[in-house]
Design a protein around this ligand. Structure first.
Ligand SMILES: [Zn+2]
Length: 450
């Protein structure tokens, strides 16, 4: 590897002789992070006191003995660690603003503001898993792929819900299909394929008995079959084991939430493993339902507070709001769901089931972009996973779930989506909150508390 790097820089040096210094500097923008701990996202042990060289959005070389090309800007990052930018496999955009929700918030400005917040918190790729308005979403996704936005963006266009059922959200009719029959489901999938959807999503849940009807088995089957005919994978929103079993049997590719009503039995775990099904626990979703009202210790930390709007802070400081959200059926349901979700995550981790990373951030105001992802990392630790595995899941695995081969690990040729933190998150996962800077498409921003 080191010899290859030397050879590579031989070429750069030759090029620099041909070009004038200024022209070379304009073509390239070499930056070297030196004396840094490299945690590459593969789950391997970090390399201490290393150098990472990148040029705009690409990593060029990593090693402690590389020749730096002319005009390289050197940033001494002694004491810091670099890891791949975090990747969210399950978020939403444009559904809310501060503490309000509604279709009127699906705007470019609002979505850009959310992507900026994701970047500040080190999340450099976001999968908006449904409820998108194609006319607004598609041009934004294109710009994001061109590196013009603070984070890269993928999406399920609208997704497949249920008439008079899931998802029970304040969204516009352009943001969801609610087919009544298998034929309508097929048409909806065809439309989404035509729009360029990255995945198809189905909502298979009765939201704790709060919606009158669930998706019918024939609609589930027709949706999955039609998506697979288009070579598009299907992510399923579920809560209960019974629904998870049904979508697994029908061929779903991604379980987009944890199973939260009971422990997953071994035969189902074996089936998930054999079929390489991805599982995104979304632990933070249920934590968020009560944590702000309960004033959990972390909610007062500056790192998390920096992601909250004035309106949100006013709400959580209101004793009446806190009382209402601490008590009752919804709070009890969320606490029980999280308790079971943590145990299922540990079981699946030990069984080597494919685990992804996502929180459902942005779906509603309690689920804060960036904040939710960092809480998710802490909750993976609470479930009993070691720090290096947690980072591996939130980077290389999360990229693999989305079938993205150009990111998720730090290696020459991969995207320079970089999260620089002080300390060593490979030993202490909470060090991932000490954000120094986040690089995406050749630009950096400081962490939320800087
Ligand atoms: Zn969701």
């Amino acid at each position: 590897m080191k010899n290859q790097n030397k050879k590579l820089f031989g070429i750069f040096t030759a090029a620099s002789i041909l070009l004038s210094g200024t022209a070379f500097a304009e073509t390239h923008n070499f930056i070297a992070l030196t004396h840094i701990r490299v945690i590459d996202g593969t789950g391997n042990l970090p390399v201490e006191d290393d150098t990472l060289l990148f040029d705009k959005d690409k990593i060029i070389a990593i090693g402690n003995n590389i020749d730096l090309p002319p005009h390289t800007k050197i940033l001494d990052r002694s004491g810091d660690s670099v890891l791949p930018g975090l990747i969210s496999d399950h978020s939403h955009i444009g559904l809310m603003k501060n503490i309000q929700t509604g279709p009127e918030y699906y705007t470019k400005d609002n979505i850009k503001a959310a992507l900026s917040q994701y970047q500040r918190y080190g999340v450099t790729t976001v999968m908006a898993l449904g409820l998108n308005k194609p006319a607004v979403f598609n041009p934004i996704r294109k710009e994001a792929h061109e590196g013009k936005l603070p984070a890269d963006l993928f999406g399920v266009e609208q997704g497949i819900g249920v008439p008079d059922g899931a998802p029970p959200l304040k969204i516009g009719t352009q943001q969801i299909f609610r087919p009544a029959t298998p034929e309508e489901a097929k048409e909806a999938v065809d439309k989404m394929a035509e729009e360029g959807t990255d995945l198809v999503k189905i909502w298979v849940d009765d939201f704790n008995g709060s919606v009158p009807q669930k998706m019918s088995p024939s609609v589930i089957e027709a949706t999955i079959a039609e998506a697979h005919r288009h070579n598009i994978r299907v992510a399923a929103h579920i809560h209960d084991l019974a629904d998870a079993k049904e979508v697994i049997n029908d061929g779903a590719d991604i379980i987009a939430h944890g199973v939260r009503d009971q422990l997953i039995p071994n035969d189902v775990i074996a089936k998930m493993k054999a079929r390489h099904i991805w599982y995104i626990p979304t632990l933070q979703l249920d934590e968020a339902t009560t944590a702000w009202a309960e004033e959990q210790t972390w909610t007062n930390q500056a790192f998390y507070k920096a992601g909250l709007s004035k309106e949100f802070l006013e709400q959580i400081n209101d004793p009446a709001w806190r009382n209402a959200h601490k008590k009752g059926k919804e709070a009890a349901f969320a606490r029980k769901s999280l308790y079971i979700n943590l145990q299922n995550l540990k079981r699946l981790y030990e069984a080597h089931v494919n685990l992804g990373f996502g929180t459902d951030s942005g779906a509603q105001p309690l689920r804060i972009p960036g904040v939710a992802e960092h809480r998710e990392l802490a909750l993976y630790k609470e479930a009993g996973l070691p720090p290096l595995s947690i980072i591996h899941i939130a980077t290389e695995n999360a990229a693999a779930l989305l079938d993205l081969k150009d990111r998720g690990v730090l290696a020459p040729g991969k995207r320079a989506d970089l999260l620089v933190v002080s300390g060593d998150p490979s030993k202490n996962i909470s060090d991932v909150n000490n954000i120094v800077e986040v690089w995406h498409s050749g630009h950096s921003v400081k962490g939320p508390t800087q």
